[in-house]
Design a protein around this ligand. Structure first.
Ligand code: AMP
Length: 980
């Protein structure tokens, strides 16, 4: 660029010399000049023709009056000024030396005058004995060289250049006054200076006459050059100096327009055919991109060939492309209930683009007539996706669905033809119960409702037995009828066709719905029915209600006693809630600080008070519920200094907020485990109050994973999960239910050790918190995506609901911090879970880990793994890293929690033994109910048999079938005990 400017400057210096506009030049006049003289009698100015140095005849004037003091005037004719305002007068003359003439009156000077006039013929002559006032004196001129009488004969002439500034009128006269001189006026030239027309830097500047020291000239871009578009574009300009020379460099932003390239620095030439230049500027023409061309010279773009397109967002230099070919090999896999996963392969031909995505369309068909699926069918994460898989939920039973998967890219919308697509037909389970009908209120009191309904019509499929379609139970949901807004459904189950709802509000309308469940899953909910409780004062009805209540209580009590007895017989593991006080011998129970009458006492009991002078705050690292979270140093005398995280309580807090704030320390102070964040102490005796914990260099796990997407090995990820599970095992052993286990509440230190944190309860209680993760529900706030269904529905928070959340954390970790259920709304998540939809395995997730997630997301909370099971399962995985390689859950037969030796078929004495050995004892009862009582019967079991026996989870089916397979083959080959 700099070199270019230097070259330009050189060019200007060399070529742009000044120009003159000559107004009068006596040398060029061949006829009589006929200037005015005064006086008109001898001696006077005489016009004489002589030969000049080049032997041309020129007109001169001579006068010689050395002995007279009289003025002798010589006046030119009128000289037009044209556009000049600064005129130059060049006078060439010779003059005799006075001393050689020896005359007293003799002078060696003459004076030049000027007179401006708009008219070519002034009305009266300006000449007279003395200069008229209207004439301005220009200069008195003396000779440099004088001639001597009888000298050496050399004719030595003088040249003078006079300057007339600010000439305004249309022209002027010049007059020469001599007084006793003896001289000859050889020539007189009048001219002005001007800068010649110039083309430089793709701009043309016109001929410019300088009217001052420098004159700005405005130019225009040369042909096929333009200035950049925009409001502030300035026209090209250049300075013309008073000497008639262009000064400096042009300020020009002209450049060759699209389709044209520079030819030198002054011309633009058209791009040849087959070439293009997309924008104005210095660039050169290039050949057309792939699949495009142009026949026309000067093209700014190349047209796409037939069948190829260019998207609006594509640059003109991008190759033309076409829509992708169809997706390949679609596979729809129905889950046990009314949801399915739909997968396909990417198209063979991406159309020359990388921006391929897919659109999934759903139609429901009946008697060859198809219409778009109803709104209740959810396609997740969205109907348009970039990955090759979606989940579909909310399907109806016994229906034919046609799914069309289109592949699209950036030019599909421009194409005339339909996007390439594949179709897949899916018929939903014919065994799912149909709609329950006739839901109605049979009796009511002020606080209760008795409801009844008719069983669903079950379509009998010839290749299914009656058992498959038998209704196991009914699920009824109800909620007060309000205006707009999300409904907070409460759920109850019933084995019969009626239910009594208790503890309702007086004189309130409730919406109720009921659906039937068979071994194959739930049928659809029936339409909402509105029923109301009675107003106050209808005592006879209250009495009936009391009686019904008592009867129900007796029934429920009886059922509970029976269930407990049954559990004692069949289950070895106890369920562990806060109410359960069955403890390991060395374990202490967690104590809720809010059970203290004076919560300060709990703070004193469970935390260590630290002197504020031992703490140095260094930097703010986050925002907590109550104030800033900082990093600092703690230096307690006699102990090594260490980094700490400091949670502060911001000013203006209420007593209750202070109590809530410190309650987290009272809880944390009770824990001592390498995977639980360690409390260093608290500062309560000075302001602000602070909670000091160990410092975790890598901060919260969710953001840490997002920042390090794809950076860890499988073993590293499993190691993190193992740490979290170990911390949760410790908490559940202490009977502490976390209620907010999520990756955002796990902290990571420099060694990738994960520790469970966030023991504050306030988030669940603060109504005005704006964090959208927490949804208000009756009696508190709930992080819906992480929370087990029973905790959402009726606030049943247990270690088993923590296990559900742990499954979600596993998913977050394996997907490097992806948001669970992506952008589905909270209500959609609740609905999807209710319809047995579960998160699919994240990309590259080992199958064994997804199995474990699915176990954590069992609807029945008693069936979820305990944290001790999770820890030992993950330990096994870490010991056997090869098992992490299998990411195909469809073909994995090794669920994580069951990798233990089992007995051979012959060594199992009964079906119960066998089910216990493979940890499927939960199905014992339904096996017996469905006639699977002997090992012989079990050894020929099929998937249909399993469905009938209520084994609806695909994972459990696989586990049982592969066990039978292994047992069969081990029996045949007499192989030793196999590992699961
Ligand atoms: P919290 O109020 O516990 O949710 O903390 C808010 C944020 O502060 C967290 O998301 C972390 O980024 C950061 N933080 C909290 N405690 C620690 C700690 N012990 N070490 C490092 N960062 C922390």
């Amino acid at each position: 660029m700099a070199l270019q400017r230097v070259l330009l400057l050189l060019r200007l210096l060399l070529c742009c010399y000044g120009d003159e506009e000559v107004l009068l030049n006596t040398k060029l006049v061949t006829s009589d000049l006929q200037w005015s003289v005064y006086p008109g009698s001898d001696p006077q100015w005489d016009e004489v023709s002589v030969l000049d140095d080049e032997h041309n005849t020129v007109r001169t004037f001579e006068i010689c009056t050395p002995n007279s003091a009289t003025y002798h005037w010589l006046r030119t004719n009128w000289v037009p000024r044209k556009t000049g305002t600064t005129l130059y007068v060049e006078i060439r003359f010779t003059m005799m030396e006075c001393s050689s003439l020896n005359q007293r009156q003799c002078k060696e000077t003459f004076t030049v005058f000027s007179y401006e006039s708009d008219l070519a013929t002034p009305s009266r002559g300006p000449l007279g004995p003395s200069p008229p006032e209207s004439f301005q004196k220009v200069a008195t001129v003396a000779a440099d060289f004088l001639l001597r009488r009888g000298g050496d004969g050399a004719r030595r002439s003088n040249t003078r250049l006079l300057r007339l500034d600010g000439v305004k009128k249309a022209g002027l006269y010049l007059a020469i006054q001599s007084q006793g001189t003896c001289m000859a006026l050889l020539s007189l030239k009048v001219f002005y200076r001007k800068c010649p027309p110039l083309t430089v830097a793709f701009a043309t500047f016109p001929e410019t006459v300088p009217h001052s020291l420098v004159q700005q000239a405005v130019g225009v871009c040369v042909e096929n050059a333009v200035t950049p578009p925009g409001e502030h574009t300035t026209l090209p300009s250049m300075l013309c100096g008073e000497d008639g020379q262009w000064a400096g460099l042009p300020s020009s932003s002209c450049s060759c327009r699209p389709g044209y390239e520079a030819d030198g620095d002054a011309r633009c030439r058209a791009c040849p055919a087959g070439h293009f230049k997309p924008s104005s500027g210095l660039g050169t023409c290039t050949s057309c991109p792939d699949f495009s061309g142009t026949q026309v010279p000067g093209s700014a773009y190349c047209l796409c060939r037939h069948g190829y397109l260019r998207a609006d967002s594509d640059s003109p230099s991008a190759a033309c492309s076409k829509p992708p070919s169809a997706p390949r090999s679609p596979v729809a896999q129905l889950n046990s209930s009314l949801s399915l996963s739909l997968e396909w392969g990417p198209p063979l031909d991406f159309g020359g683009r990388s921006d391929v995505w897919y659109r999934v369309l759903c139609e429901r068909c009946h008697d060859d007539v198809c219409s778009p699926c109803e709104g209740s069918v959810l396609i997740g994460p969205s109907t348009t996706v970039t990955q090759t898989r979606v989940m579909v939920m909310g399907l109806r039973p016994r229906a034919l669905y046609v799914f069309t998967v289109q592949s699209l890219n950036g030019v599909s919308a421009l194409s005339q033809s339909q996007p390439s697509a594949v179709r897949v037909n899916v018929t939903t389970n014919t065994n799912v119960p149909g709609l329950v009908s006739g839901l109605r209120r049979t009796s009511a009191s002020e606080t209760s409702l008795t409801l009844e309904w008719a069983p669903p019509s079950l379509i009998q499929n010839p290749d299914q037995t009656k058992t498959a379609s038998r209704v196991l139970d009914y699920q009824l949901r109800y909620c007060p009828k309000q205006g707009e807004g999300s409904m907070q459904w409460q759920y109850v189950s019933s084995r019969g066709h009626s239910v009594v709802l208790l503890g309702l509000r007086r004189s309130t309308q409730y919406l109720v719905q009921v659906r039937a469940r068979a071994v194959t899953g739930f049928g659809p909910f029936c339409a909402e029915t509105s029923v109301s409780t009675l107003p106050e004062g209808q005592s006879h009805l209250v009495l009936i209600a009391v009686l019904v209540t008592m009867a129900i209580l007796l029934l429920v009590g009886g059922a509970m006693v029976a269930a407990l007895c049954y559990r004692r017989r069949t289950q070895r593991r106890p369920t562990r809630d806060k109410s359960s006080f069955q403890m390991n011998q060395n374990m202490t129970l967690y104590i809720d600080p809010f059970t203290y009458e004076d919560p300060e006492l709990a703070v004193r009991q469970f935390t260590r008070e630290i002197d504020a002078s031992c703490v140095k705050i260094e930097e703010v690292i986050g925002a907590g519920e109550f104030g800033e979270v900082c990093r600092g140093r703690l230096h307690v005398p006699g102990r090594p200094q260490n980094y700490v995280a400091i949670k502060t309580l911001k000013g203006g807090y209420t007593d209750k907020q202070r109590r809530d704030f410190l309650s987290e320390a009272s809880i944390m102070g009770q824990f001592q485990h390498p995977n639980i964040i360690h409390l260093e102490g608290v500062i309560t005796s000075s302001c602000p109050a602070m909670i000091l914990t160990e410092y975790m260099e890598n901060g919260a796990l969710d953001s840490f994973l997002r920042v390090n997407d794809g950076q860890f090995t499988g073993i590293q990820l499993v190691g993190m999960l193992r740490g979290i599970a170990a911390g949760m095992k410790y908490l559940s052993d202490m009977s502490y239910v976390h209620r907010d286990l999520a990756a955002r509440n796990i902290l990571v230190n420099a060694n990738l050790v994960c520790k469970v944190s966030d023991f504050g309860l306030s988030r669940f209680l603060t109504e005005n918190s704006s964090d959208p993760t927490y949804t208000s529900s009756l009696g508190g706030k709930i992080p819906i995506r992480w929370t087990a269904p029973e905790a959402i529905a009726y606030r049943k928070f247990t270690s088993a609901s923590d296990a559900w959340s742990y499954g979600i954390v596993m998913w977050e970790v394996m997907s490097y911090g992806e948001r669970p259920y992506w952008d589905m709304s909270n209500q959609d998540v609740i609905n999807a879970i209710e319809q047995d939809y579960r998160l699919p395995p994240p990309t590259d997730c080992p199958a064994a880990l997804h199995w474990l997630m699915l176990d954590c997301w069992q609807k029945e909370r008693a069936n979820r793994p305990r944290f001790c099971d999770v820890v030992s399962g993950l330990d096994r995985l870490i010991r056997n890293p090869a098992s992490l390689k299998n990411t195909d859950s469809a073909h994995s037969s090794q669920p994580l929690l069951d990798q233990r030796p089992i007995a051979r078929l012959s060594s199992c004495s009964s079906v119960s033994d066998w089910l216990r050995a493979i940890k499927m004892e939960r199905y014992e009862q339904s096996f017996f109910q469905n006639g699977l009582c002997t090992l012989e019967e079990v050894s020929v079991l099929t998937t249909e048999d399993l469905l009938r026996a209520g084994v609806t989870l695909a994972g459990h089916q696989k586990k049982i079938l592969s066990s039978i397979q292994t047992l069969r083959s081990s029996d045949q080959s007499h192989a030793p005990t196999l590992l699961y």
